[in-house]
Structure formats: C-alpha cells, structure tokens
Design a protein around this ligand. Structure first.
Ligand SMILES: CC(C)(COP(=O)(O)OP(=O)(O)OC[C@H]1O[C@@H](n2cnc3c(N)ncnc32)[C@H](O)[C@@H]1OP(=O)(O)O)[C@@H](O)C(=O)NCCC(=O)NCCS
Length: 122
C-alpha cells in the first residue's frame, strides 16, 4: 500500500516479526495477488481502535463494509472505536451506515463507536 519496494532481508523480517507490538493486528485484503485494502486494529484491554483504507480503484464496491462486518463478527466481545477526521465524509458515511455512532468530537476529528443496539450503545 505504501509503494515501498525496498528489499528487506529475511533476518530483518524475522526481527520485526518477533519484536512487533503484540496489541496491533493488521488484516489485508488481497485480490489476484495484489493488496487492495487493510484494516488495522489497535487493542487496549477490551477496546479496539480501528482504521482502514481501500486502494483507490477498488473503493465504493463494498470492501470497506466487508472489513467492518468481519471486525464486528471477529471482535464481538470488544468495544469498537474509530476516530475520523471531520472532512472525511466517505469514512464517516461508511461507519455510520455500518452501525457506528458519533460519541465525541474535538476540533479535528470525531470518535465513533459501534453499537449493536443504538438505543443503549451496547
Ligand atoms: C473510507 C473508505 C475505507 C471506504 O471504503 P469503501 O470500500 O469505498 O466503502 P464501501 O464501498 O463499503 O461503502 C460503504 C458506504 O460508505 C459510504 N461511502 C463510501 N465512499 C464514499 C464516498 N466517496 N462519498 C460518500 N460516501 C461514501 C456510502 O454510504 C457507501 O454505501 P453505498 O455504496 O450504499 O452508497 C475508503 O474511501 C478509503 O480507503 N478512504 C481513504 C482512507 C480512509 O479515509 N480511511 C478511513 C480512515 S478513518
């Protein structure tokens, strides 16, 4: 996704793997051997904070929704949060359409939380 194609030695890859932060998980969507999207999970106790991106040519075809469905199913016992910049209309709409509710705002971004039952935020 970054376009960085620099060679990374096996030793460095192993070093990274064993030293990687244990509370971060990355899921990647691939299509015909190309990475076309990801969702990053930052876990803090029983809460997860998510951020995702879809490659430009594959947006608006349901992949963002697919990733959120996957996370909602996989992390049922967690509270799910997303911080979204005010000018990011696509992301705000994606999350609202998928059951997220705005719970807080500052001058730069709003925090959304997934609510199975919006009445009670549970
Ligand atoms: C935000 C993003 C992940 C959405 O992914 P996506 O795969 O295009 O989303 P979906 O196709 O599942 O769209 C679901 C809904 O989101 C909303 N949406 C998606 N893109 C939109 C856009 N450009 N403008 C307005 N609404 C949009 C729509 O309501 C859409 O439902 P619809 O297709 O029935 O109209 C994608 O635009 C992206 O990668 N943006 C750049 C990175 C980013 O901003 N990530 C979020 C960080 S918080």
């Amino acid at each position: 996704m970054t376009g960085n194609t620099n060679y990374i030695s096996l030793y460095k890859q192993l070093l990274f793997f064993f030293n990687r932060p244990k509370n971060i998980t990355l899921y990647v969507v691939t299509l015909k051997n190309s990475n076309i999207g990801y969702i990053l999970i930052h876990m803090k106790e029983r809460k997860i904070f998510i951020t995702e991106a879809i490659e430009k040519n594959h947006r608006q075809s349901g992949i963002g929704t697919f990733l959120l469905d996957f996370i909602k199913n996989e992390y049922q016992d967690f509270e799910i949060f997303a911080d979204i910049l005010h000018n990011n209309i696509a992301s705000s709409k994606l999350h609202e359409k998928n059951g997220f509710i705005k719970i807080a705002s500052n001058e730069n971004f709003s925090t959304f939380r997934y609510a199975k039952n919006p009445e009670t935020l549970n």
